[in-house]
Design a protein around this ligand. Structure first.
Ligand code: PXL
Length: 273
């Protein structure tokens, strides 16, 4: 009899183009050797050129998906992506508490505070930023903001590596156990520095900067590969190190799609015949 691999849950939106969102999360989970499950928050109408529609799922249905899979199958680690509205965030916080996902429970919880698509299309109501800070950050094992999200969440504009450290300290005050400040949007930096902070120590993860526009789904892929490692029992520094390697190779393997922006891909991990 086969045994199940570790189980992971993404609480995220659907990208009909298959590049970002829960589609990116599921293929990352698969490539990382874990069982992926989904609590869908929103259905986006989307292709390589951008998002033209968003249909949100009722908050109680989002909560029910989380509780359904957690109570039967169990969740070894969970992550969030596009959450769309304040009401959905509230419902997620309640459901996670009931099933032990997050700092108060035993299940690692990675919160990627997605606010907009890479084309700038909004994926979160403005009023919901408060809910990220108040409801999700204190429950998070790890938060993984990029520099645009940090500006929205704190008002602080990061333009140097030194300021990445200041931002990490600011975000830590909202209550997560760990903060990962992603430096991919620091365009003048010849490399990509991601900075991990636990309230006392910084750990730097440096990778190459690729000359490509095809990076759709990169944040989702990084957060879900870290989530997969946590589900397998890795400590946070090892999980982020593995995640950094995973995203670097997934950007290297990115391909064009449609007339716009193509996805990063974990296909490099799979046998090619
Ligand atoms: O990459 C962030 C993201 C998350 N979720 C959905 C998205 C995007 C970016 O486009 O469409 C559904």
């Amino acid at each position: 009899m086969n045994t199940a691999p570790p189980t992971t849950l993404t609480i995220a939106g659907s990208d009909s183009g298959g590049s970002a969102g829960l589609q990116a999360d599921l293929r990352t989970f698969f490539a990382c050797g874990v069982h992926g499950m989904t609590a869908v928050t929103a259905v986006t109408v989307q292709n390589s050129l951008g998002v033209t529609g968003v249909h949100t799922i009722p908050p109680e249905v989002v909560a029910a998906q989380i509780e359904s899979v957690a109570n039967d199958i169990g969740v070894a680690a969970a992550k969030t992506g596009m959450l769309a509205t304040a009401e959905i965030i509230e419902a997620i916080a309640g459901a996670c508490d009931r099933v032990g996902i997050g700092r108060a429970g035993k299940t690692p919880f990675v919160v990627d505070p997605v606010a907009a698509s890479m084309h700038g299309d909004p994926l979160l109501h403005d009023t919901a930023l408060d809910h990220y800070r108040a409801e999700l950050f204190p429950r998070a094992t790890l938060i993984t903001p990029n520099l645009d999200e940090i500006r929205l969440l704190t008002g602080f504009e990061v333009s140097t590596r030194a300021q990445q450290r200041d931002a990490a300290k600011m975000l830590f005050e909202y209550g997560p156990e760990w903060v990962l400040v992603k430096g991919g949007h620091l365009w003048d930096d010849p490399e990509c520095l991601d900075l991990l902070y636990d309230g006392s120590e910084f750990t730097e993860f440096i990778g190459p900067r690729f000359d490509t526009k095809h990076t759709h789904g990169s944040g989702d892929t990084l957060a879900s590969s870290i989530t997969a490692s946590l589900a397998k029992g890795a400590d946070m520094v090892s999980a982020v190190r593995a995640g950094k390697h995973f995203i670097v190779e997934s950007v290297r393997a990115a391909y064009p799609l449609g007339a716009g922006v193509g996805p990063v891909t974990p296909l490099w991990r799979l046998p090619q015949d």
